[in-house]
Design a binder for this molecule. Sequence first.
Ligand code: APR
Length: 232
Amino acid sequence: MARIVILTGAGISAESGLSTFRDKDGLWSKYDLEEVATPEGFYRNRRLVHDFYNARRANCAGARSNSAHEALAQLEAAFPGEVLVVTQNVDDLHRRAGSQNVIEMHGALMRACCAGCGHVWPAPMEMHPEDKCPACGQPETRPDVVWFGEIPHAMDEIGAALGRAEIFAAIGTSGQVWPAAGFVAEARAAGAQCIELNLERSEISGEFHSRHFGPASVVVPLWVDSVLAPKT
Ligand code: APR
C-alpha cells in the first residue's frame, strides 16, 4: 500500500514547456476558464472547447518528460507498490517518464469520452463537435478531462491513500483548487511527514512540515535522492 503519496500540479510540467494556469503568462491569463473548462462552456461552444484541448494535446505530444517526472519514476521503481502519484495534470508526462501507479484525478488529454454513453477511448490528436462516438454513434464526444463543477476521479482511493501515507509531497501546485488543495491537511491529520516542492510559496505552504523552493527539475531529484539515500 502506498506509504509515499505525491500530489503534482502544472508546475512539474512547466520545464517540459507546458503552460501552467496561474503564473503570469499562464493559460488562465489567455483563456476564460468559464468558456473552455466548464460543462456550460462546452455546451455553449463545443468547437471553441475542442480547439482549446486540441492545441494543448498538440503541445503535450510535442513535449518530453523532465528530470522531475523521471525522479518520481525512479522513486517508484526503488519502492515497488509504495509510491502513488496523484496528478492534477492532464498531460501524460508521468506515464511517459515511467511512473505506473498514477491517478489522473482531473482526467487525461490523451483520452476522449462520450457525454452520451460514457464510452472512453484514446483521443485522436484533433477532436471536432461533429465527431461521432465509436461506441454509440452520437455526436457527443468530449475530452476526458474533469471540468470545474465536475467530480474529480478516484476520490475514495485518494482519501484512503492519504489516510495511510507516511510521506506526502506536493509538487508544482498553487494549492488554489479543491479538493486537491485539502490533501495536505488530510495527510497531516493522518500523521504523514508533509513536504512542499515548488518554485515559490503557494496558498498552502504553511501547512507543510518542510518546503524546498526552486524549479521542479532541481528540487525534485534532490528530494528523491534524500528519500533513497538510506537505501543506497
Ligand atoms: N517548478 C516548480 N514549480 C513551478 C514551476 C517550476 N518550474 N513553474 C511554476 N511552478 C509553480 C507555480 O509557482 C505555482 O505554484 O507551479 C504552480 C502552478 O500553479 P497553477 O498554475 O495554479 O497549477 P495547478 O496548481 O496545477 O492548478 C490546479 O487548476 O485550473 C485547474 O484543473 C486545473 O489542474 C489544474 C488545477
